[in-house]
Ligand binder design. Structure first.
Ligand SMILES: [Zn+2]
Ligand SMILES: [Zn+2]
Length: 290
């Protein structure tokens, strides 16, 4: 979302809300995304514009729609502040309406499912413990259905055996090996999400060859001095990072309300023509590019 700090990453049945700026629960209601499966929140850092929405979210859960569980991940300073906000301000002695887990994370992989991982990495911003998030699907070999048809592989569990690396025997006695019906290894899809950041050189390698980079661009170059002072990026800096890292798609967020979208786009696109500015309720699909 353009002004508000909150984005949702969806992969299969998994959802991750990244940051929770003020008003996030209203936006989620309006977008129809629903709260039910939104049980994991990843925080980039503890500044209020990234966590205040947790108060509204919690009071929504208290009043009507409790979810089964809520896991909040972040660096220690962000979690300490979230703890104060939720237990000190919102709950004030009441129990949270669901099991509420605050998970301190450090750079590295902290979530893994069958075919994808989520890792955290350090980002330089004001104060310690600021994190960015890297979503990667695992490399895989695609199943060549036409080849399997031609070889007479039946539709059934035989096909999943082959996908899982097991050879099968056909009724005519012929053995089919996984490599007979699996195509060449395809690299996974890589999505990098960076919240507020004061520099880009230390995240360049993490962003390398990403299919999509979502990153802040709070300022324009005309206010580069202020950007530096508050440890934020300009649209041009974000675009230069995208070029240096060879990313496929760039989505700019956290744009100051003082700017017009077209000015931000013009500055970024002069460097990286594929740049877009995130708008509320926008959805961007990350595609495998081989
Ligand atoms: Zn910040
Ligand atoms: Zn911020």
């Amino acid at each position: 979302m353009r002004g508000l700090s909150a984005s949702i990453v969806i992969h299969d049945e998994y959802r991750f809300l990244i940051d929770c700026g003020e008003g996030t629960q209203r936006q989620i209601l309006q977008s129809g995304a629903g709260f039910k499966r939104l049980t994991r929140i990843l925080l980039t850092h503890g500044h209020l514009d990234h966590i205040l929405g947790l108060g509204g979210l919690m009071s929504t859960f208290l009043r009507w729609e409790a979810i089964d569980e809520l896991d909040i991940f972040g660096g220690r300073p962000a979690l300490d502040r979230v703890h104060d906000l939720l237990f000190g301000v919102v709950l004030r002695g009441r129990q949270p309406p669901m099991p509420l887990n605050l998970h301190e994370i450090k750079p590295g992989t902290f979530f893994e499912a069958d075919d994808f991982t989520v890792s955290a990495f350090s980002v330089t911003h004001r104060g310690p413990g600021c994190l960015g998030y890297l979503f990667e699907t695992k490399p895989r070999r695609p199943f060549l259905a036409e080849t399997a048809d031609r070889l007479g592989v039946p539709f059934g569990p035989e096909r999943s055996d082959l996908v899982n690396g097991k050879s099968i025997k056909l009724e005519n006695g012929k053995t089919i090996m996984p490599e007979d019906v699996l195509g060449p290894l395809q690299k996974g899809v890589k999505l990098v999400v960076v919240g507020d950041a004061g520099r880009t050189d230390d995240i360049l390698e993490t962003c390398r060859d990403a299919d999509m980079l979502v990153i802040e661009a709070t300022y324009l170059e005309s206010e580069a001095e202020m950007a530096h002072q508050f440890s934020h990026l300009t649209a041009r800096q974000a675009a230069e990072l995208a070029v240096q890292a060879g990313v496929k798609k760039l989505v700019l967020t956290h744009i100051s309300r003082r700017y017009r979208e077209k000015d931000v786009l013009a500055e970024a696109q002069a460097v990286f023509p594929e740049a877009v500015v995130a708008r509320d309720f926008d959805s961007h699909q990350v595609k495998r590019t081989g």
